[in-house]
Write a protein of this length. Structure first.
Length: 206
């Protein structure tokens, strides 16, 4: 599942919040008013993006017929503790399992989940309290978001860039500076993000 932009994430959060509160999804007009948008066409643009990325499903010609997530089978994967989307934290693994939609994992490879702490990756649609789904692999392309082990026992979630004499661990937050290291061990690549709707932020701006 493709990562969401910050604005797309806010649309998804609001739809889910309304569904949990009222038992049905908001109308396009309600969404327009909530975000103080000039046109319903803008709402439709975001709804189409959410549908194409697999976060919602819609039934044609039926009002409020929006469901969050595809109605697909689920799969259990290991939950291996928490990772810092900010300063590195000591690697701690909790051997539990978590259930995620089948469409949130790749068609091949091993997967695991990590809880996110911090907001250094918010421009990639990864927020504090989210769960990231990781595909195990020891390499990534420049600019991809990965779980990085540094200093032997610290893990962090960053975009990885290989430079001439060092490796840059780049946050996706303009207020934060990158980390630079000589070596890094890649433990996996982020392939999807599961939002924790119980921790929806009160920030309604868009």
């Amino acid at each position: 599942m493709t990562l969401l932009t910050k604005k797309q994430k806010k649309f998804l959060d609001y739809i889910q919040e309304c569904f949990e509160k009222n038992g049905y999804s908001p109308s396009h007009e309600e969404i327009r008013k909530h975000f103080k948008l000039a046109s319903v066409s803008t709402v439709n643009h975001y709804m189409q993006a959410l549908q194409e990325k697999g976060y919602i499903t819609r039934e044609k010609n039926i009002a409020r017929a929006v469901k969050v997530g595809k109605q697909e089978s689920s799969v259990n994967i290991p939950f291996k503790g928490y990772i810092a989307a900010g300063e590195p934290i000591e690697a701690i693994e909790e051997y539990e399992t978590t259930t995620v939609p089948q469409n949130m994992v790749a068609s091949s490879g091993e997967h695991f989940a990590l809880g996110v702490k911090g907001n250094s990756m918010i421009d990639e649609g990864i927020f504090d309290g989210d769960t990231v789904i990781i595909r195990k692999q020891n390499t990534v392309e420049n600019g991809e978001t990965a779980v990085a082990l540094i200093n032997g026992n610290e893990v962090t979630l960053k975009k990885i860039f290989k430079e001439k004499t060092r490796i840059r661990l780049q946050p996706a937050n303009p207020t934060l500076k990158p980390l630079y290291v000589k070596t890094v061990i890649i433990q996996g690549k982020v392939i999807s993000v599961l939002r924790n709707y119980k921790e929806i932020k009160k920030d309604k701006s868009i």
